[in-house]
Structure formats: C-alpha cells, structure tokens
Ligand binder design. Sequence first.
Ligand code: GLY
Length: 318
Amino acid sequence: MSYGMIATWRMACDGITKGTTDLANGGSAQTAIVAAIKMVEDYPFYKSVGYGGLPNEEGLVELDAAFMNGDNFDIGAVAGSRSVKNPIAVAEKLSHERFNSFLVGDGVAKYAIKEGFEIQNMLTERAKKTWENRLAEMRNSNLSPYDGHDTVGMVALDQNGSMACGTSSSGLFMKKEGRIGDSPLSGSGFYVDSEIGGATATGLGEDLMKGCLSYETVRLMGTGLQPQEAVNQAMQDFAKQLERRKGKCGAFSLVAMNNKGEWGVATNVEFSFAVATDQLAPTIYLAYPSEDGSYPKIEVASQEWLDAYQARITAPIQ
Ligand code: GLY
C-alpha cells in the first residue's frame, strides 16, 4: 500500500523525512503529522512557525495551528496561542473533543496546562531583534509592515489508507494583536478526506480564506481530477476572480496529495516544498509560477540553493 507526505516549504523536509520513516514502519498518518510539524515548531531558526516565530506589532508571538483526521473529519485548532510549546500537539488533542475543539488566546494555555502540555516563552532573542529592526525600518521608510507568513502545512497518507493534515504558523509578521490567518481555518488552510485526498495552503491568509482553497482542491480531486490538475484549477480560478473583482491577489501556494500518494502543487510566487513517498526519497523542490496559469515549473532544489538557504536563516541578525 502507498504512503507519503507532502508539505509546504523547505523547512518541512526533516519532519517529513522522519514522518515517512514512521509511515514505512506502519505508523499512522495522524502520528506522522504531529511528529513532523513538532520538528518544525521546535527549530528556532524557522521564523514563521513555533519557537522563534516572528511576533505581532506588539512584540508578542501569537501562533495558529490545526489538525484534521481524514478518516472521521475530526478537527482541532488553536489561534493566538502565546505560550504553548507545540501548538500542533494541542490542536491534535483538541480534535478528539466533541465540543470546544477550536480554542483561542488564553483558553489555549489553560487547556494545554490542564492536559499536561509544555508551556514556554516562544519569543527568541533572534525574533525580537528581527522585530526591532522592522520597527526601525518602518519608522525610516514607507515599508509595508506585512511581510512573511510562511506556514508549514502537511498532508500524510499511511499504509492503511488513512490520511491526516496539519498546519502551524506565526502568521503575518507585524500582524495586529488577535489577528488570525487561514492556517487554523478548516477548508482555507487545510482539508483532508481519506476517501479522496488532502490539501494545505501557505500565503496571505486574508486572501486564502476568501476562496476556501484547500477544500476546493479536495472537492475537485473528488470529481476525479489528479492532484496537480485539482490544485492548479482551484488556485488559478480563484486568483483570477480576485484579480477581476478586487484588482489584486495575495501570494498563494498550495500542496495536495490524493489517497494513492499522487501529488501536486500550485503557486503564484516562487515556492519551495517537500515530498516523500514509498516511491520517492525525501526531496525538496522549487516551484515557479507559470505566466499563463498552466502548471508551475518544478525543479529539485540544488545543493547551492540549500546551502544558501541554511546560511540565510542562521546568519547573525545585526
Ligand atoms: N497563511 C498564514 C497566515 O496568513 O496567517
């Protein structure tokens, strides 16, 4: 039986490497998603997820995360979480609750403490320095403060045919206190149905949530489209609508996998993503948007690109 994981951004690769090793040994999609996203949340140099995530305009880290079980549609989500070490683990726990399965703000910490989850200060010195630098840049120029919202989103398929997905994000850099993006919103940031497939998104949450693009991708796969056709159609159709009706469309990138382990990606910006299946060793790809709305150009990330990425994310912040 096939198994696999697909995820947004290069940062997901170590997680899906571990996750697919577990899947190869018979592990569940649900467990693989939580373990893989925890790895991203715990790495302090990823500045858009978990510990080390960039703060809001008040200097407070507020994190969003969600988990969905594709077998029974159970969903758990947290938003504006300030002190939970692993928001994805709390989201997964919440997915088992019949009521109160989406918590925000202080309610997340209260629930997490009661359930025995680890609490910690999520603001690193590095993230604080980046925030201070951005404040200074904004004072000295007309720079838009809103830049950077690289959500990690993952879809997994296990050997029993079960699927799951999850997201985790610090959201838009310099967001308003209490702002919530698409990542914890079912249908927008994520969706999965084990009888069809799953999809997850990264990009400007305010625009992604207008089109419910993760749900739309899964719906299209359910009509018989291949993941690549489905995700491209969902994204391109909606991006055109937004451009026609509002004159602009934010950055959108989506990844999708069906319940056979086939996958696809759509994007309107340069975008990295990671895939591993029973047929494919963990691989980091770069996707480039097409001019004409056809499929993106996809290439394996070169060693030079990977080295430059690692140097960039770990470079000292002045
Ligand atoms: N896509 C993440 C956010 O907008 O918060």
